[in-house]
Design a binder for this molecule. Sequence first.
Ligand SMILES: [Zn+2]
Length: 169
Amino acid sequence: MKRFCIRWVDRPRFVCDVHLAKVAKYLRLLGFDTIYRNDMRDDELIGWCRFGRIGITCDRRLQNRLPDAIVVLACEEAEKQVRRLSAMFDLPKFAHPFHRSLCCNRVMVPCEKRDCLRTIPKETYRWLEAFWKCPKCGKVYWQGTHAGRMRQKIVQLLGVSEKVLKIRR
Ligand SMILES: [Zn+2]
């Protein structure tokens, strides 16, 4: 794996290669702007890196083409790959979980409860007050009974303890 030498003062933005769907999803879950498409060509990925994104790949050939902006990860579980990125780019400092749509990378916007009536299960509607909507795909997100598990996952991905991390509730 490549050691990264650039200091990132802003929240890093990423672009993942076609093999890293799960890594991309996890990075979005952590709140990071992450471009991913399962048909993205190498040239396109490199193009995004020229616009200030960090390219993530498992393909060593790519590293030679734009060495400073591409991180080559070992082929291992996506969780481990994200933990490595977390250490490399100090992700706990910049993380903003539950902030982005997992499917299309857009920042979610708060959604009026009454507008979600038809989208969410009745039970959930009864006891929760806060909902967010993806402005692109229209998917509604909320922190229901699965939220505890998700928080656990986030903590694992970042490789920190929950105390260190302020997670929006
Ligand atoms: Zn979406």
